[in-house]
Design a protein around this ligand. Structure first.
Ligand code: GLC
Length: 742
């Protein structure tokens, strides 16, 4: 439709129909036979009546070509103005093919990997009827206690967040949303949700505007510049005001400064939650606060449905804002071509051939392998020689539950297990024992009780635990090598999964301790959604491969890496803490006036743990041995509009071919505000043949030196700078240069 036709449509709408467009509910109501049961059941607070249901503007988490077609058809048959429904879904890391969780994807440091995963996800979900994807989540995340770090595509670094946000938004949306395989991106969660105090979900966020602009805003800005169609507000308060009704955030920053013209949707019930926050006195206040701040769609709360009309009657200004919101919503529907074709790219036939197709699964496996991070590999114990006798131990060996907490649409029955993948390669001469459950029942009961589910009691759990360990020890005695598959339960990570203890579960640690007594090489394959505390077990392990929750093809991907058919190349995007007491820990920290150094007490440190992280940002090993030498700058003084060319020699001193992520960091040694000890400014993922030597180049521009100063100007200041180049943020070659004003 032309814009003027949209305006004409808007003018035909009643106020109820306009407000309906601004309400989003879970779509199962449309799939249920008895609408009233749902309206008086889970949706009773919405006080919706049957007719209103057919003026709702969008639904969440209805997907599947047949479902979407059925819902849209029924909806349109009862919609007076035939305004199509929008279907929005959480395709966080894939639809039917579950890709690795986003924190894992970010560890690939490979834009091609991110892009290809996003491409397949968008195609799978768009032919299944999704119009909008509540992804990417680009919240900068520094605190491993927070369960949602698993969703953070950029981890603790603003530059990675910017690059990945742009890549995913552009890949989802393409040039035109009507193209097959394209989907609108709803980027989340504005803003600074990753900074929740103490890593406790939904908790307070309070920071200076400078800190916000330096670290948390860049990824959202990058997504907006990439053309994101929607933004989702976050649950937290930001400097005393809930983000969802924070006029400074939404109007001053997002709308005016960043020029965002798309739709702003609240998170699930977040408008109503402004009452619990103690900001809105009641529902009507919450509606007024949200519409005045600029929220266009109320996700799953009763506020807009029940109070906006009254506010419009009282105040024409509010009705004008409603008209603006509805115009944005109708415009997105128009961009998706839904007025001409309400069924968008739905394609039942293509669903049958494209979803989970073998070539995409093969591609997914290759992409997944780049997300694994080799954390330790003493004496090059990995890759395993195929003639070794393996004892395969752990609750993740014969387990298909390796797809992460947002993979509710994926078809887990298609997941291979590590056991069958290894048996496929090595035949049945693999000894296997579960060795332990993932969690003891008391831990599982904590999860169950939080979900209002009945507790479960296991008879003689302790004895069963000992028996499982004993059988694992027994089979390991006859093995050359012990291969462990351990980790978090997938229900321990994700939304509302903050943890005050981020060590491996006690029962799994006991298993490691018992097996360690056999003095055999032990390799750990680690499944988790956050940096874990490994300091009590690391010394007992000869090798650690971090695989996160690797998704549908994870088992096969891991098998090929462990057996040396592929070479790991991932690098951490979040630092691993020494222990939970060190959280939050991140590489781009300030120096303090008393930086830690040995043999002096009065420095910034903990008495009981080292000051540095356990595994640093940017860290990851390979089967190759990369040697960095000859860091060279073509000049050591730079003025405006000049660049410095940095070159480094890297030698692959091994017989393996493989990738290395070469990283460039800069430190602004002193400034009008203190500056981090280092900041990632560029990286290149380079392929090396065995024994290949490469000279890798970077250009440093003045732009890379800019930061937010105490006057909130984004500036580069003259002075001394240090340059660091390496395969992580710690083991680096160093040089320096000076920036001089002309
Ligand atoms: C959840 C999450 C958000 C998700 C939304 C819809 O509470 O915070 O990330 O997209 O609700 O499921």
């Amino acid at each position: 439709m032309k814009h003027k036709e949209i305006l004409e449509l808007l003018n035909k709408m009643t106020i109820e129909e306009k407000i309906g467009q601004m309400v989003q509910i879970a779509g199962d109501i449309f799939l249920s036979e008895d609408k009233n049961a749902v309206l008086t059941g889970p949706l009773k607070d919405l006080h919706l009546h049957n007719e209103m249901v057919y003026s709702i503007g969008s639904v969440l988490n209805v997907i599947g070509a047949r479902n979407v077609r059925q819902v849209q058809k029924e909806y349109l048959s009862k919609s007076r103005l035939k305004i199509p429904l929008l279907f929005m879904d959480d395709i966080i890391n894939g639809y039917k093919i579950a890709f690795p969780i986003p924190i894992a994807q970010g560890c690939s440091w490979n834009i091609k990997v991110i892009k290809e995963m996003a491409e397949i996800s968008a195609m799978e979900s768009s032919i299944a009827g999704a119009n909008v994807n509540f992804s990417p989540m680009v919240d900068l995340s520094r605190d491993a206690r927070w369960g949602r770090v698993m969703e953070s595509i950029g981890g603790e670094d603003p530059l990675l967040g910017e690059i990945y946000a742009k890549t995913i938004v552009e890949t989802y949306q393409g040039k035109k949303l009507t193209e097959v395989g394209k989907i609108a991106s709803c980027v989340k969660h504005i803003a600074a949700y990753g900074a929740v105090e103490a890593g406790r979900d939904y908790n307070t966020v309070d920071m200076s505007e400078r800190e916000f602009r330096q670290y948390y805003l860049p990824a959202y800005k990058s997504a907006i510049e990439a053309g994101a169609e929607m933004l989702m507000t976050s649950f937290n308060i930001l400097n005393g005001i809930p983000a969802t009704v924070n006029t400074w955030l939404i109007q001053e920053i997002i709308r005016k400064e960043l020029g965002f013209k798309g739709i702003i949707i609240s998170d699930y019930g977040a408008i109503e939650e402004t009452i619990a926050h103690g900001y809105s006195a009641n529902g009507k206040e919450a509606a007024k606060n949200a519409i005045n701040a600029g929220v266009d769609i109320d996700m799953m709360s009763s506020i807009y449905a029940n109070y906006l009309k009254e506010l419009c009657i009282e105040n024409q200004e509010i009705e004008n804002k409603v008209n603006e919101s509805v115009l944005r919503i109708l415009s997105l529907k128009n961009k998706l071509g839904l007025f001409e074709n309400p069924y968008g790219n739905i394609n039942e036939e293509k669903e049958k051939t494209y979803l989970m197709n073998p070539s995409n699964l093969e591609k997914a496996k290759k992409l997944t392998q780049e997300t694994f991070v080799l954390l330790k590999n003493k004496h090059h114990i990995l890759p395993i020689n195929k003639d070794k006798k393996i004892a395969f131990i752990g609750p993740y060996v014969n387990n298909i539950g390796i797809t992460g907490s947002w993979s509710m649409f994926s078809d887990r029955s298609q997941n291979h297990t590590l056991l069958d993948s290894f048996q496929e390669k090595l035949g049945n001469n693999i000894a296997y024992a579960k060795g332990s459950e993932i969690l003891r029942q008391e831990e599982i009961n904590k999860i169950l009780s939080a979900e209002g589910l009945p507790m479960v009691h296991i008879e003689n759990e302790a004895q069963k635990e000992q028996e499982m360990i004993a059988s694992a020890v027994e089979i390991s005695k006859r093995a050359d090598i012990i291969l462990l598959a351990l980790g978090e339960h997938y229900k321990q990570t994700g939304e509302a999964c903050s943890r005050s203890d981020i060590a491996l579960p006690e029962n799994q640690i006991q298993l490691i301790n018992e097996l360690y007594k056999l003095s055999k090489p032990m390799i750990l394959i680690l499944f988790n959604g956050r940096p874990l505390q490994l300091n009590t077990i690391e010394e007992k392990l000869d090798s650690i491969l971090e695989v996160w929750f690797p998704g549908t093809t994870g088992a096969k991907a891991i098998t090929e890496i462990i057996l040396g058919e592929e070479n790991p190349s991932g690098k951490l995007t979040m630092s691993f803490p020494q222990n939970v007491g060190q959280c939050p820990v991140y590489y781009n920290h300030y120096n303090t006036g008393r930086p830690h150094h040995d043999n002096f007490r009065y420095v910034s440190r903990y008495q009981d743990i080292p000051t540095e992280s356990f595994y640093p940002f940017g860290y990851g090993l390979s089967y190759c041995d990369f040697k960095y030498t000859e860091l060279h700058l073509n000049k050591h003084k730079i003025s405006e509009n000049e660049t410095i060319t940095v070159m480094v020699k890297i030698e692959n001193q091994s017989n393996y071919a493989g990738y290395e992520v070469v990283q460039l960091y800069i430190q602004d040694v002193y400034g009008s505000v203190v500056r981090p000890v280092k900041e990632l400014k560029a990286f290149k993922k380079e392929y090396f043949k065995p024994h290949e030597i490469k000279y890798v180049k970077f250009d440093i521009s003045i732009d890379m030196l800019k930061f937010w100063n105490d006057k909130l100007d984004y500036v580069a200041e003259p002075g001394q700078f240090k340059v660091f180049v390496g395969g992580d943020s710690v083991k680096v070659l160093e040089d320096k240069f000076e920036f001089l004003l002309d």
